[in-house]
Design a protein around this ligand. Structure first.
Ligand SMILES: Cc1ncc(COP(=O)(O)O)c(C=O)c1O
Length: 400
């Protein structure tokens, strides 16, 4: 009998080699206690969190927590049903209204995760004989959305406007086309040239979807994302987002101004064939989204943190994913996986948690230490973080 697991043998071997001599598995860390959006206890030690995507620090907001507790009392622990059957409560409508208000858009549809939002909207919108033109560094959920549907897939070089234009011009003019972009790319923390890309897409008669998972709440004057910051939000057909980052809970969504948008509720399988979010989750999300509308001071402080960390790491001699800070993600490029894992562990021993990212999730086979800042990191904490990078970097030979 063929063992279906044998295809994973190279990965199992790589993992075992990596863990030889290491104390902690970078992909199996346990948060024993979470004290705040920026501090947890890991391995019994106070640890600063710098890899949680909790950009706006909403997870411990007292209003958010109170809303969740109230909904738990009033509506129970779960809906046990699909949105199109028994799973739409007033709270689901309220969070969709909060999203419509946040983005100033006509329609909002909430999914159980951001992954499912991409899966659903991409596979449903682009059908047989249509084309999906996507950045090669797109998130796994975008690729999986393509795989679930049956459109033709046309990838183009990361953030390359000319490459996008060339691909579009080669496609049949009358064919349906969906250009899929991200506001912030989460591996390197770089921002897309959306203004130019949306112009090129529209000139070719394509519809545009932008995943703003890593920019919602932070980028743009009102936190609507990179499309807002670059002045093209009204030309984007679909914005996809998640509640698992700035909003501080779990869930996903799509907002749009398209007049026929609501039909998606009947035809989008990852929306129809799964249970809806628990009442406590939609209540926390709605409260958080409404508070994010009014968070200009936090956005300004987060930019300060991002600039301070970027400049400090560069001064220490680390190689970073972007020349300038472009978002709340700062990626530190490691020479190889072994050094990356050693550095990750040295940082944890110092009391700092970051994300270790490795191929195939990363572009160009890179190993990265991804740092995501929070608006609630204090200036002192950023100083502490830099001290830990200096000590761990010297101990592992990453810097001299
Ligand atoms: C760009 C992007 N889109 C979508 C998702 C999926 O979001 P969720 O965690 O809500 O499934 C992520 C999550 O990492 C992401 O980075």
């Amino acid at each position: 009998m063929g063992d279906l697991f044998s295809k994973f043998d190279p990965l199992i071997e790589q993992r075992e080699t990596l863990l030889e001599g290491a104390v902690t598995d970078p992909f199996n860390l346990v948060m024993e206690k979470v004290e705040s959006p920026t501090v947890a206890i890991c391995n019994g030690k106070r640890t600063i969190l710098l890899g949680t995507y909790n950009y706006m620090g909403m997870t411990f907001d007292p209003d958010v927590i109170a809303a969740g507790k109230q909904a738990l009392d009033d509506f129970g622990s779960g809906t046990t049903g699909s949105r199109v059957l028994n799973g739409t409560y007033v709270g689901h409508k309220a969070v969709e209204q909060a999203l419509k208000d946040f983005y100033a858009m006509d329609h909002a549809m909430v999914f159980s995760t951001g992954y499912q939002a991409n899966l659903g909207v991409i596979s449903t919108m682009a059908g047989k004989d249509d084309y999906i033109i996507l950045d090669i560094d797109s998130h796994a959920s975008i690729y999986d959305g393509c795989a679930l549907g049956n459109a033709q897939i046309v990838p183009f070089r990361h953030n390359d406007v000319e490459a996008l234009d060339k691909r579009l011009k080669r496609l049949p003019p009358e064919a349906g086309k969906l250009v899929v972009l991200e506001g912030v790319y989460s591996m390197l923390g770089d921002v897309a040239p959306l203004k130019e890309m949306v112009a090129v897409a529209k000139a070719a008669g394509a519809m545009v979807l932008v995943d703003e998972a890593h920019s919602m709440g932070f980028i743009g004057d009102r936190g609507r994302g990179v499309a807002e910051a670059q002045g093209v939000i009204d030309e984007v057909d679909f914005i996809i987002g998640t509640f698992s980052k700035s909003v501080g809970t779990v869930g996903g969504f799509c907002v749009s101004n398209h007049p026929k948008f609501e039909i998606l509720r009947l035809v989008c399988r990852p929306y129809v064939f799964t249970a809806s979010l628990p009442p406590s989750v939609v209540a926390t999300a709605a409260t958080s989204i409404r508070k994010l509308m009014d968070s200009a001071d936090k956005r300004a402080h987060l930019w300060e943190n991002s600039k301070r960390l970027h400049a400090g790491l560069r001064q220490l001699g680390f190689t970073l994913g972007t020349d300038e800070p472009q978002s709340a993600i700062i990626a530190v490029i490691m020479p190889d996986l072994e050094t990356g894992a050693a550095m990750w562990e040295a940082l944890l021993r110092e009391g700092l948690y970051v994300n270790l990212a490795r191929p195939p999730a990363t572009p160009a086979g890179m190993t990265l230490l991804r740092c995501s800042l929070c608006a609630l990191h204090s200036e002192d904490q950023v100083g502490e973080i830099l001290g830990m990078f200096a000590a761990a970097g010297r101990a592992t030979g990453c810097i001299s």
